[in-house]
Unconditional design. Structure first.
Length: 135
């Protein structure tokens, strides 16, 4: 089971013929989850770029079939553990990425991202980069 992050969704929305989009099309609905964090980031970006209302409505469309995971107390607890560990090493990551990094292990998911440089700082976080052609 996998949790694609925001940059994954942006990649497949911008480039429907890319490797990540091809791999996405081969997935079953039950294999993927999404997060309220991803929805929030995508909707914010759409508003930030002042896209038409019609365009804004199409942005989250690919996410709708997938179960959307909330930020709950288990995620908050894991968030604090990860944040403490990263601060100790002076290797902090962005707050939204940190919430996704906390969500994935709480739900026993692999995080799908092209942002492996930042996410690889998180101990024991399973990562996959679907933008690579070898995947």
């Amino acid at each position: 089971m996998r949790l694609p992050d925001t940059n994954f969704w942006i990649e497949i929305l911008k480039r429907p013929g890319c490797h990540a989009a091809a791999r996405f099309r081969r997935c079953q609905r039950a294999e993927l989850r999404t997060s309220a964090i991803v929805w929030a980031e995508l909707l914010h970006r759409a508003g930030n770029y002042k896209l038409s209302d019609e365009r804004r409505q199409t942005i989250p469309h690919p996410l709708q079939p997938f179960d959307c995971l909330p930020v709950d107390l288990a995620v908050a607890d894991r968030y604090a553990e990860i944040q403490d560990a990263l601060e100790t090493k002076w290797q902090v990551i962005g707050p939204f990425d940190l919430l996704l990094a906390a969500t994935a292990p709480v739900h026993d998911l692999t995080l799908v991202t092209h942002n492996t440089g930042e996410f690889s700082r998180v101990p024991r976080l399973r990562l996959e980069d679907w933008t690579l052609s070898a995947n």
